[in-house]
Design a protein around this ligand. Sequence first.
Ligand code: AMP
Length: 268
Amino acid sequence: MTQSDFASLGLCAPLLAALKARGYDTPTPIQQRAIPLLLDDRDLLGIAQTGTGKTAAFALPILHRLFVTEKKPLQPRSARALVLAPTRELAAQIAASFEAYGRHLRPSVSVVVGGVKHNPQVRALARGVDVLVATPGRLLDHLQGGTLRLDRTEIVVLDEADHMLDLGFLVPIRRILAKLPKSRQTLFFSATMPKDIGALARDMLTDPVEVSVAPVATTAERVDQSVYLVDAAGKRSLLVELLRQPGYERTLVFTRTKHGADKVTRHL
Ligand code: AMP
């Protein structure tokens, strides 16, 4: 594949400036392939994991479309673009990406997720938003309560569809889909494509282009890695010593077996 920069993909200057400020100069493979297709209004079936740059692959063309090709005023209790995500954490990250890439376009971005108060979300939706990032359960509450309507939504994204189905969101997703206009752009991302996901994708997408990228095998740039060579007998005390260091606030420890995990847990 030839290398190219973001400008050659057709993105507008305010987005290019935001990308430059973040230090992105080369699109990742999914960005390279998906962005021109999405700017061309196509539906997309993206088979890609987190770490491939898929968030920017959908956020950039959505912002371009909302602010350049289809500039429109906001409508009360409506969202121009809707992104469904499986967890609160992912929803917050996606919203932060839209805000970062859109810093010169100033989109209104709202997050609607469970486990937090309802009323601030109602107020945020009242005037309408450019981009709404939501988990399916709470979104459905707002639809049923009349605090949100989706009949004017132009673009919908399902992110980590396989993860959402694992969490039991199939029924809420189908109910949400029923409220969306037939004429819309739909983007569907999943790391895996088992039968039930394929069926959902087929129902949602119209003549989609399929973009599949290999998972990234490398570690994220911001992760430092180190190796400690110790005897098996010294591993636990080294772990305790490391965990006592002030930089270790939240730590994931991986073990090879379930039994090993139990032993480490008991020791800690
Ligand atoms: P994602 O797969 O969307 O979760 O993105 C993985 C990480 O890659 C995020 O931390 C992004 O900020 C970063 N990223 C996305 N696209 C690029 C790019 N073209 N150049 C450098 N970093 C990127």
